[in-house]
Design a protein around this ligand. Structure first.
Ligand code: SF4
Length: 337
């Protein structure tokens, strides 16, 4: 029986590609890479969307954690970065090298992806697609079912393992044809194309660049970038402040020995994590920034609870920071909100 490795992201295109190959009676093993650049899941215990999607199509899904590799690639991108901090070409090559390893381990015949020619500026132009094939060692073995008819036939098509006539010839950025195909294939539950990779997001890319300017970060440092508002004080101390209630809950989980937690006493407001020097000056700045994002303070100064991890809380009275103060420290390409 013909077997194929289908790279699946959980988005519409790769879901369609799996469905197109599977309906030809080919056994598909889905392969999902867990990138560091995915947003934090709403429910940390939940299955990744790609795994749930694969299972809903009756396909086994193999996952692989790419966090450290992602971090290495963004710091040393052999093929450069895209418009933001996205090392897409390196990232595609890395993922396809791993897909090829899975193909060999499973005795599969070829690899396929949901790529569409001309859809993404960095990695889905024809010459780049060829480069990626070559560098991943998948020349002639990488099928793009959604664009196959507008590409040179691969070995699997030439040898009749796949019926090329039942594949698509989609190209370009419009998603009209994919949506039509989805309705033909009975696929109704898929995410909108936005909201995928954080390194293409201007605000996240700005923060990541700032983080990298302070030396090589850990994977956990990057995970923290996904939460709330970030501020960098003059001596390099980092403040991370919840923007929403769910951020406050998450920040509790990120606290580690040496960190200090700040929150307004007695009234609801953001949780602030301080990582770096807990000097009195930094605590005073962190306290006044924490109060800045509370809409109606009963009066000022107002007490802020300062709790070192593993230590006892104490109260520091503070007045809310003004716009200029917030602008001075916030790590954001935009004005503070
Ligand atoms: S958008 Fe680029 S960097 Fe992000 S996961 Fe996709 S290929 Fe990798």
């Amino acid at each position: 029986m013909t077997t194929a490795i289908g790279c699946i992201s959980g988005g519409l295109d790769s879901t369609l590609a799996v469905a197109l190959i599977k309906r030809q009676g080919i056994e598909v093993i889905a392969f999902h890479v867990l990138h560091l650049w995915h947003p934090l899941p709403e429910n940390p215990g939940a299955k990744p969307r790609a795994v749930a999607t694969a299972e809903s199509l009756g396909v086994r899904c193999v996952t692989l954690d790419a966090a450290q590799a992602d971090l290495d690639m963004v710091q040393n991108p052999k093929h450069g970065l895209g418009k933001r901090m996205n090392p897409c070409i390196d990232c595609r090559i890395w993922s396809l090298v791993r897909a090829k390893e899975l193909m060999l381990a499973e005795g599969a015949d070829f690899v396929f992806t949901g790529e569409v020619v001309g859809q993404r500026p960095m990695s889905q132009r024809r010459p780049t697609m060829r480069l990626i094939e070559k560098e991943s060692g998948l020349e002639d073995l990488l099928l793009r079912p959604l664009s196959a008819k507008s590409l040179t036939p691969t070995k699997a098509e030439r040898e009749g393992l796949v019926d090329r006539e039942r594949l698509m010839g989609i190209s370009g950025r419009s998603r009209r044809e994919q949506m039509k195909l989805a309705s033909e294939l009975g696929i109704t539950d898929y995410p909108s194309p936005a909201g995928g990779c954080l390194v293409t997001d201007p605000a996240f890319a700005f923060r990541l660049k700032e983080l990298l300017s302070h030396g090589p970060p850990s994977v956990a440092d990057v995970e923290l970038l996904k939460v709330g508002r970030h501020f960098r004080l003059a001596d390099g101390t980092l403040l991370v402040m919840g923007r929403f209630e769910k951020d406050n809950v998450l920040l509790e989980r990120f606290l580690q020995p040496g960190d200090v937690k700040l929150e307004a006493a007695e009234i609801p407001g953001p949780t602030t994590l301080l990582r770096g020097s807990a000097s009195e000056a930094n605590l005073a700045t962190a306290a006044s920034l924490t109060l800045r994002y509370i809409k109606s303070l009963p009066r000022t100064p107002w007490p802020v609870l300062v709790t070192p991890v593993g230590g006892q809380p104490r109260q520091v009275p503070a007045a809310p920071a003004d716009d200029a103060e917030a602008r001075r420290w916030i790590i954001s390409p935009e004005e503070p909100k």
